[in-house]
Design a protein around this ligand. Structure first.
Ligand code: IFM
Length: 417
């Protein structure tokens, strides 16, 4: 019996608007329609080699519909039902995102009905004693802003601050935790380095510039929330990778230090005076041996990512220099048959506990994701959910690992072994 998870530790799961709500009209909407056939054609060559690739995945990934978010999980209408399940599963917190394109469908024009909707969402969480962690921006853009250049638009920080002002003043009395940006550098990397997400423009200059714009946007948004609600807790959800050495050589150490600085520290360092906590999103380690990604590829998740849940320990310990509370705002895996998820949770949470014992001020764990959802350019076939969502009927089925997690939530992790 070990009781080293702190008193009041938050347990729960996370989602994002575009991935679960359904019925959104934003910069992804047209892109999905325009690219669905191509993505379906490319699926076999991209994923067919994966050891966990099944006939079922093959069929789903070959259908263009897989790449169109459409009704998603219909969470926009079924959020109360979904929160009831989370509550029944012992969760005490829930992270979700606001869909900017619903709230401000035209520049400067805010939709009171949508603001009320999100107020109801927050109240529905509060009513169930689930602490809301509200993300202001999880990547999707209103069409008018995308047309101005999206995260490259010089007005982006101003627009984001105006949106923050509007929505935070409406919801702020009921929200203690705000996440301004989700994984900003993953977004900029996929749009401007890999050029695989809309608007698919490969340019290192744009990549760097977009990151600077997002830093400014976060700072402005932070200032707005703190002006109106000085006691609010505001941060970002940052994707962090554990860079590990296969061998302790000079070259490997140089590679690790540079990669750690560029990937894990650069963005956080720049906003350090404007964050009350750090939201950690963690999925991967990267083993270095005269080069990157030399991971032993023993056990893989459905997406072909290495199964290495223990790497969260290093990711957490590396955040201790910031001397801020840490909330794990995402950690999870694609595992349709739920064969790895329980072991993943056990090892991840054991590693979290070790990090706490090592000095990391970790105050919550939010699994990604509550529901199977729309995994961006991969569509619906990867299943990250603790709750399986039937793509035809949208019926929710609780996976066995969710019950295992429920036990940990109820016991405050006491039996994580
Ligand atoms: O689904 C995504 C989420 O939107 C952001 N973090 C990583 C998840 C899994 O890829």
């Amino acid at each position: 019996m070990n009781t080293s998870f702190p008193h009041g530790f938050f347990w729960g799961a996370a989602t994002s608007s575009h991935q679960v709500e359904g019925g959104n009209t934003n910069d992804w909407t047209g892109w999905e329609k325009g690219n669905a056939n191509r993505l379906a054609r490319e699926a076999l060559s991209k994923f067919g080699h994966l050891s966990g690739w099944t006939e079922k995945f093959g069929k789903e990934a070959a259908r263009p519909e897989n790449y169109i978010s459409g009704i998603a999980c219909d969470h926009y209408r079924r959020y109360e039902e979904d929160f009831d399940i989370a509550k029944e599963l012992g969760h005490t917190a829930h992270r979700f995102s606001l869909e900017w394109s619903r709230i401000e469908p035209q520049e400067g024009v805010f939709d009171a009905k949508e603001i009320t909707h999100y107020h109801h969402v927050v109240r529905a969480l509060r009513y169930r004693n689930l602490e809301p962690f509200v993300t202001l921006w999880h990547w999707t853009l209103p069409s008018w802003l995308a047309q101005k250049g999206g995260v490259l638009a010089a007005e982006f920080p101003h627009c984001f601050a105006r949106y923050t002002e509007k929505i935070s003043s409406a919801l702020g009395d009921d929200v203690r935790f705000w996440i301004t940006l989700n994984e900003p550098d993953i977004l900029t990397g996929h749009v401007y380095r890999k050029a695989v997400w809309p608007p698919q423009e490969k340019s290192l200059r744009k990549y760097l510039y977009a990151n600077l714009i997002l830093i400014d946007a976060h700072k402005k948004s932070y200032a707005v929330i703190k002006k109106n609600f000085p006691n609010a807790n505001v941060g970002i959800a940052k994707h962090q990778i554990s860079f590990e050495l296969a061998r302790n050589t000079v070259t490997n150490r140089i590679l690790k230090t540079s990669a750690h600085f560029l990937w894990n520290r650069w963005f956080l360092d720049r906003i350090d005076d404007s964050q009350d906590f750090i939201g950690l999103n963690h999925y991967n380690r990267n083993v270095i041996d005269n080069g990157f990604l030399k991971n032993p590829r023993n056990q893989l998740t459905d997406l072909g990512w290495e199964f290495s849940p223990e790497s969260i320990r290093q990711a957490l310990l590396e955040l201790t220099p910031y001397q801020k509370p840490i909330y794990i705002t995402e950690n999870g895996l694609a595992d349709q048959d739920d064969t790895l998820r329980e072991a993943f949770l056990t090892t991840s949470l054991r590693s979290v506990r070790e990090a706490i014992e090592g000095g990391a001020d970790v105050r919550g764990y939010l699994y990604w994701s509550l529901l199977d959802n729309f995994e961006w350019d991969k569509g619906f076939w990867p299943r990250f959910g603790m709750i399986d969502v039937n793509r035809r009927t949208l019926a929710r089925n609780i996976r066995p690992s969710a019950h295992y997690f429920a036990k940990l939530c109820r016991e405050n992790g006491a039996t994580v072994s």
